[in-house]
Write a protein that binds this ligand. Structure first.
Ligand code: NAP
Length: 289
């Protein structure tokens, strides 16, 4: 379907990723309908059916993303990350709408040593990952025309994120320790928004896609790039995840492969370091102001 001819609905539309999807659509002259919890709670079937009545494409950006809090509040996380996507997917299936749903690297075990392919069996290690995996299952069971796009290490101007925290804390304290034994793919919300639009443009078939930057890095190396972009000098030192126990387990190796995109001739997002160099001025603008 043509991006500009479709009627778009962005649910969870006040979040970090949603902000850049909305901007990408507006740049193409499309004004999406944007709702968040107060006007359309994705766990409420009546609100969902009413809210989607005039849509062709629904993007579900709504999520419970507080990874540590989810350990204590798994029911609340399950409602938003699993029940809600099920409600949305069944509505989309019934109404014949295309659904784009966001998922996460946390659905995997995190103990691999080569990139996870799209069809690797799910083995989440914590509550957040379990609820997101359950969301994927609900969507698959609905038989909606759904693209499930897994991402990781998201950062953007529109929300709290790792680079903003590093730049802020680095400025305040002048020294930082960051884990060097967890590997990820830092991904800019603007790049993911662009990929989502390209998937729609390419009429990508229903299925699972990995929407992360290419390459891989430790959080420590990413933090070094961030402080360099922030002009803070050599203030980051490495530590181990064992030194910083957190309520939710973090994956040691969280790298997603891009085979499905490549097979369809859709370019994956570029190398994380090059993308960060482009993103840094925009993402750090409010921290460094
Ligand atoms: N951030 C990351 O590093 C990361 C990594 C991998 C995958 N992801 C996935 O990427 C997607 C976008 O993440 P993000 O960081 O942009 O999320 P975000 O900024 O936390 O935004 C999520 C939005 O959903 C809203 N919401 C919560 N419950 C809702 C409900 N019942 N009905 C409607 N809206 C509701 C939230 O509102 P409130 O603020 O009021 O709760 C918030 O505005 C999510 O699916 C997330 O799981 C993110």
């Amino acid at each position: 379907m043509e991006i500009t001819e479709a009627r778009w609905h962005i649910a969870g539309g006040y979040g970090m990723l949603a902000m850049d999807i909305i901007a990408a659509l507006r740049a193409r002259g499309v004004e999406p309908v944007v709702t968040d919890r107060d006007d359309l709670d994705i766990t409420n079937p009546a609100q969902v059916a009413r809210g989607f009545a005039d849509a062709d494409i629904v993007v579900n950006c709504a999520a419970y993303t507080a990874v540590d809090a989810a350990e204590e509040h798994e029911d609340a996380a399950f409602a938003v990350n699993a029940t809600g996507p099920g409600v949305i997917a069944r509505a989309c299936a019934e109404m014949g709408l295309r659904l784009i749903h966001l998922s996460t690297d946390y659905v995997f075990s995190g103990d691999a040593s080569s990139p996870y392919s799209e069809d690797t069996p799910l083995a989440p290690q914590g509550a957040y990952g379990r609820t997101k995996a359950a969301g994927e299952e609900q969507i698959r069971a609905s038989e909606a025309d759904a693209l499930i796009v897994r991402t990781a290490g998201l950062y953007g101007r529109g929300g709290p994120c790792f680079p903003k925290t590093i730049a802020r804390v680095g400025r305040e304290r002048g020294a930082l320790q960051v884990v060097d034994d967890q590997i990820t793919q830092p991904t800019w919300t603007r790049d993911l928004a662009d990929l989502i639009l390209r998937l729609v443009e390419a009429e990508a078939p229903a299925g699972i896609y990995h929407g992360t930057s290419s390459g891989q890095t430790s959080w420590f190396d990413f933090a070094k790039e961030v402080v360099a972009s922030a002009g803070l000098g050599d203030i980051v030192s490495p530590c181990s995840a064992e030194d910083y126990p957190l309520p939710a387990p973090r994956p040691a190796y969280s790298v997603l492969g891009h085979e499905t995109l490549t097979r369809l001739g859709i370019a994956p997002i570029g190398d994380w370091r090059e993308r960060w160099a482009l993103a840094a001025p925009e993402v750090l603008a409010d921290v460094l102001a």
